[in-house]
Write a protein that binds this ligand. Structure first.
Ligand code: ADP
Ligand code: ADP
Ligand code: MG
Length: 674
């Protein structure tokens, strides 16, 4: 076994690989970009080396620098994780040429599966069923259109170099073909530098079912059963499970055999996944699945397979790479229970699943998670306070549950999602919870169109609870007891003896403006008024946090506040209230010093002035985006702008100095200059 390996990745997968290495007594070297200097994966490794600037092209895709880091630290092998260089045959070859082991398949096997057209041709000749369609080299639009006609609509245009669902267009009618083709080619050219496409029959009621395989360097190949990844948005997986609902022994055997055949055909070594598309319109059948592609690496969703088999795939990858034979045969493997994985992302589901960068000001996972053989496993690469930056995949965590039956596992998934508390940025947590309750999914009737079909219902905003509004209003006033804030602008600290008994608070929830009055009845006792209506509540705090007493009920709540927003987590639902005018507070001090600070963590959207410009009080200098709202940061007084410390696209912390105005007395003189 290796003594030391380098992990050429970041985030949760780098942490996950390091966890297994630690158990095996293998030392680890992490690599990091400037944006990740304080990241969890760096802290977890025994050694770490900087490999470049934040953009992936300057760091995590710099194969030569990563090799250099391996040499400098004496690592014997490189684990590429997934994404980045994991499916780059040139990198795999470079690693081996340098005398190190690549923890993955031989470069030739990666190359064989690298392009979808060549892979399909190869699989066809190996006797593996492939999706009917055209995967030839000629790319004239008229020829492709003719092929589409022959295949029969609907068809799917796919980039042959594609991945992550990019460069893919479903076409339902001949009239739409030309335009869809042009757009798929443009996207493919931009994302992969290769506009070539294939055209496939669009399988109706499609289910994505994939087989995990393991092959050693002694010619043994086994499969570790299937995963169902049909819950997808824009061809990307959201919740995965194993085994697949409705799977029969006959279909499993046929799919497993096809996957093993695919691996053998390319001389595969290591862990890999063969992805099939299955026709789910009338139950699964042995002749109703077709090869789509092979991912020649560890897959994001591998933990569900680990849960149902009790195996550690990363440990097996290391063993195989160091030359050991597989420690079991196909007949030794069994499925134990059922597992789900939900991918928790910083993304804005109703706005087209847009990545949502920002600071994770609050992150609490339900207790009891363990790495292996546990009912709950949480693989995450971030900690509370970390920034989810626009440079990388916005994944926060993978929540993996395991139980004896599918129904029990799904109930557990619901409970786990309800127990997560996140604030500071927009996440898909509520969407995942809604999915876990979706009647079709609950019944195991999954297909890749489920999410798109029922999206409106899955993202329907939950009614905002009056209680949550009341608590948010109290918090916005800074009246909450013992609240620990994260940023220097946090005003929610300590009991204050206010002179007036009644305060009016304006909050925003989505598009709605909410106006509430808070009457302080005594320490921790309040009346919340909305016009004629009112109710009383009490807020207690103990070591565990806050509890709200209302109508005889006593419930745990969490309140997370910044100057921009208050998040109230109540019964597993987070309610976010924006404070519409965060700049109204504390503006005076800024005017005197001429310094413009970021009032909240956010993303710089616009810088409207350059140093040297004369500005008047109230002029917009910078537009900052936070909590889905744009905030204009204005000049606190007249003056000359001497410094701007903000760039468009930059993530800034609360309290960061973004701009500076020249001292007031110089204003007049410089005004006349220009
Ligand atoms: P598929 O290729 O079928 O979509 P996966 O669901 O396993 O398979 O997704 C792999 C994707 O994960 C990569 O294409 C990449 O966009 C993304 N990725 C790469 N590296 C990381 C990382 N360190 N953390 C999170 N996501 C990553
Ligand atoms: P990627 O490399 O982007 O993962 P895939 O070929 O694996 O590309 O396809 C991604 C997803 O697109 C699949 O998981 C499936 O949901 C859908 N898909 C692919 N091929 C077909 C098809 N022929 N018919 C219907 N859906 C398909
Ligand atoms: Mg795929």
């Amino acid at each position: 076994m290796f003594r030391k390996i380098l992990i050429a990745n970041r985030g949760e997968i780098a942490c996950r690989i390091a966890a297994t290495c630690r158990q095996m007594g293998v030392a680890t070297v992490a690599v990091y970009s400037d944006a990740d200097a304080h990241a969890a994966h760096v802290a977890m490794a025994d050694e770490a080396m900087r490999i470049g600037a934040a953009p992936v092209a300057e760091s995590y895709l710099q194969g030569a620098r990563i090799l250099e880091a391996a040499r400098a630290t004496g690592a014997e092998a490189i684990h590429p994780g997934y994404g980045f260089l994991s499916e780059n045959p040139d990198f795999a070859a470079l690693v081996e040429e340098a005398g190190l082991r690549f923890i993955g398949p031989p470069a030739a096997a990666i190359r064989a599966m690298g392009l979808k057209d060549a892979a399909k041709a190869l699989m066809e000749s190996a006797g593996v069923p492939v999706v009917p369609g055209y995967h030839g080299a000629a790319q004239e639009p008229a020829l492709l259109a003719r092929n589409a006609q022959e295949i029969g609509y609907p068809v799917l245009i796919k980039a042959r170099a594609g991945g992550g669902g990019k460069g893919m267009r479903r076409v339902d009618a001949p009239a739409d073909f030309a335009e869809a083709l042009a757009s798929a080619q443009r996207e493919a050219q931009a994302a992969f530098g290769d506009p070539a496409v294939l055209v496939e029959k669009y399988v109706t009621a499609p289910r994505h079912i994939e087989i995990q395989i393991l092959a050693d360097s002694h010619g043994h190949v086994v499969h570790l059963f299937e995963r169902d990844c049909s819950l997808q948005r824009r061809h990307q997986k959201v919740i995965e499970e194993a085994p697949a609902p409705g799977m029969t022994e006959a279909v499993r055997k046929a799919m497993g055999a096809a996957a093993v055949e695919a691996a053998r055909a390319i001389g595969y070594v290591g862990a890999g996944t063969v992805e099939f598309i299955a026709d789910g319109s009338d139950g699964l059948r042995p002749g109703g699945f077709w090869f789509m592609e092979m991912n020649t690496r560890l897959q994001v969703e591998h933990p569900v397979t680990e849960a149902i088999t009790g195996l550690d795939l990363v440990a097996l990858q290391l063993r195989i790479a160091s030359g050991a034979p597989l420690p079991f045969a196909q007949s030794d493997l069994r499925i134990d229970g059922h597992a789900f994985e939900a991918r928790l992302y910083a993304e804005d589901v109703p706005h087209g699943f847009l990545p949502a960068a920002g600071r994770l000001s609050h992150l609490v996972f339900p207790p009891g998670a363990a790495f292996r053989n546990a009912p709950l496993r949480i693989d995450s690469g971030v900690q509370q306070g970390d920034v989810i930056s626009p440079f990388y995949d916005p994944m926060i965590a993978k929540l993996v549950v395991h139980a004896p039956s599918r129904a029990e596992a799904l109930t557990r998934l619901g409970a786990v999602l309800a127990g997560c508390e996140l604030a500071g940025l927009t996440t898909n947590l509520g969407f995942l919870a809604a999915l876990a309750r979706h009647p079709g999914f609950v019944a195991g009737k999954v297909d890749t169109g489920l999410i798109a079909r029922d999206l409106d219902q899955l993202v329907a905003p939950k009614p905002v609870s009056d209680l949550a509004i009341g608590v948010a209003a109290i918090a916005a006033l800074g009246l909450l007891c013992g609240h620990r804030g994260l940023d220097p602008w946090d005003r929610l600290v300590g009991w204050r003896a206010w002179s007036e008994a009644r305060h009016t608070v304006r909050l925003r929830s989505g598009e709605a403006e909410l106006l509430r009055s808070v009457v302080v009845l005594g320490p921790d006792r309040y009346r919340i008024e909305e016009g004629e209506r009112s109710f009383d509540l009490r807020i207690d705090c103990d070591a565990q946090g806050l509890r709200v007493v209302f109508c005889g009920q006593n419930r745990r709540i969490s309140v997370i506040g910044s100057r921009a927003a208050v998040t109230v987590v109540l019964d597993g639902t987070d309610h976010v209230f924006a404070l519409p005018d965060p700049l109204a507070v504390g503006g005076e001090a800024d005017a005197e010093s001429g310094v413009v600070l970021a009032p909240m963590p956010g993303l710089v959207r616009l810088v409207s002035v350059a140093p040297g410009a004369a500005v008047a009080k109230g002029d917009t200098l910078i537009v900052l985006e936070a909590m889905k709202m744009e905030h204009n940061l204005t000049a606190p007084r007249n003056g000359i702008l001497v410094e701007i410390q903000a760039e468009v696209g930059q993530q800034v912390d609360a309290g960061a100095v973004l701009a500076r105005l020249a001292p007031a007395e110089r204003t007049g003189a410089e005004d006349s200059d220009g």
